[in-house]
Design a protein around this ligand. Structure first.
Ligand code: KG4
Ligand code: ZN
Length: 411
């Protein structure tokens, strides 16, 4: 038996760093399949009074947190920085200043330790949050027998990445050691999570809005208010135009209209006084939790919240399953902050069961931003020597994969 030391691909220890928005996160993951540590410092308390992320404050908090968060991730993993085989960092999309804190720190670590640097797209990270947990599940199985949910997802998979900044559909395939992504759907305006955040804000609820609406919706009637989504066929995408995308091939989401519809509903039904009373009551409590808002909501508000959530979840569900069918996906995965939504999980899982389509959603901890997903996504780049140059910089609008209808490198 050989006693030669493991190659970086064999030990595959990657330190991941994520600072694209309002969480400073670091994690150590082995071979993209085993989480040794996953540390997240949330900035919710900093941004909460403003009802949204303030970019300058986010950068300042990342600067304050990055060193202790990385140190904690390395300590919890029971390793030293010298043991890692590569440093992976989110290079985009996200807030420029926030991304730069993680990138600068990752670059200096890589330089000082003489380790390769790997750039990871945040959206690819969200997809790998699911793949990482799928790989970990058999190890967690109590019986020792992998249960059906723990079997690897058959590919290609349709991935819905749905968060505060993104609502994208990707067809995901494996190509040798690497992963390929084809972007087959996107929002033309707001992301779904942004709609949750804006609706919660205009109803006088806390930030970020998703968990508040999630907690209140079960107490209302989801059929009370009907919302409709326009069918978007942007002019540039009409069939037959030179260089146009095939309209059958791309799915469009739009969530800015529903936010305006909720606002109009509150105006027509003169809900302003109740909203302000709720906002003031919650503002007096810095530790207010979503459940605390329940006694502050009347039936009309609860019905509105439930109807809004049902409409968004149904729109995501209908379009995602239609795209899965259209592109012959063998499985489905849902990731990003909004994947934490309970109604979304229940309704997606029920429809997947009806269609006998395997589905995976991440645990709550890996639904929202974290660095384990960044370290996991980096592993195939380590094994293929896909390293970042020392000139790596932030790309706030970094895209993932090639778009539907683009014939180059079809997957
Ligand atoms: O992935 P993430 O942590 O950050 C981004 O990349 O944007 O997602 C944050 C988003 C926020 O818009 C938040 O309101 C939403 O995810 N979110 C939820 C829930 N938990 C977080 N939306 C609906 N239901 C939830 N339970
Ligand atoms: Zn995210």
């Amino acid at each position: 038996m050989s006693n030669s030391p493991e190659t970086p691909e064999q030990s595959g220890l990657i330190l991941g760093i994520e600072t694209s928005c309002d969480e400073t996160a670091a994690a150590v993951v082995r071979r993209g399949t085993e989480t040794l540590s996953n540390v997240v410092a949330s900035q919710i308390a900093t941004h909460s009074p403003y009802g949204g992320v303030v970019p300058e404050l986010a950068s300042r908090e990342h600067l304050r947190n990055i060193v202790p968060v990385v140190r904690a991730a390395v300590q919890e993993a029971g390793i030293t920085l010298h043991d890692v085989d590569a440093i992976a960092v989110t290079s985009g999309p996200g807030l420029a200043g926030a991304l730069l804190v993680g990138i600068s720190y990752a670059k200096s670590l890589a330089y000082a330790l003489d380790k390769p640097l790997i750039a990871v797209n945040h959206l690819e990270g969200h997809i790998h949050a699911v793949l990482l947990e799928q790989a970990e599940l058999p190890k967690r199985s109590i019986s020792g027998q992998p249960d059906i949910a723990a079997l690897p997802l058959p590919l290609p998979a349709m991935a819905l990445v749905v968060s505060g900044g993104h609502t994208h559909l990707y067809l995901v395939r494996r190509h040798g050691e690497s992963w390929r992504y084809r972007n087959v759907g996107r929002t033309v305006d707001d992301a779904a999570g942004e709609a949750f955040d804006k609706v919660a804000k205009l109803l006088g609820l806390g930030y970020p809005g998703g968990p508040w609406i999630d907690a209140l919706a079960p107490h209302g009637d989801p059929g009370a208010v009907s919302f409709s989504f326009s069918q978007i066929k942007a002019k540039a995408h009409r069939r037959g135009e030179p260089g146009a995308l095939d309209p059958a091939a791309e799915t469009f989401f739009s969530f800015s209209g529903i936010k305006t519809a909720v606002l109009r509903y509150t105006q027509v039904h003169e809900m302003a006084t109740g909203i302000e009373a709720r906002r003031s009551a919650l503002a007096t409590r810095s530790d207010a939790k979503p459940e605390d808002a329940l006694p502050l909501c009347d039936r009309q508000t609860l019905d509105l919240v439930a109807s809004f959530q049902r409409a968004v979840v149904d729109d995501l569900r209908l379009k995602t399953f239609r795209a899965a069918e259209q592109f012959g996906a063998e499985s489905l995965l849902v990731s990003g902050g909004v994947a934490a939504n309970r109604e979304l999980r229940v309704r997606f899982t029920a429809e997947a069961a009806e269609r006998a389509l395997p589905i995976a959603v991440p645990s709550l901890a890996l639904s929202t931003d974290n660095a384990a997903m960044i370290a996991a996504a980096a592993y195939s780049k380590l094994t293929t020597d896909d390293f970042a140059p020392v000139t790596l910089t932030a790309n706030p609008s970094l895209a993932l994969g090639n778009a539907a209808g683009q014939a180059r490198n079809p997957i």
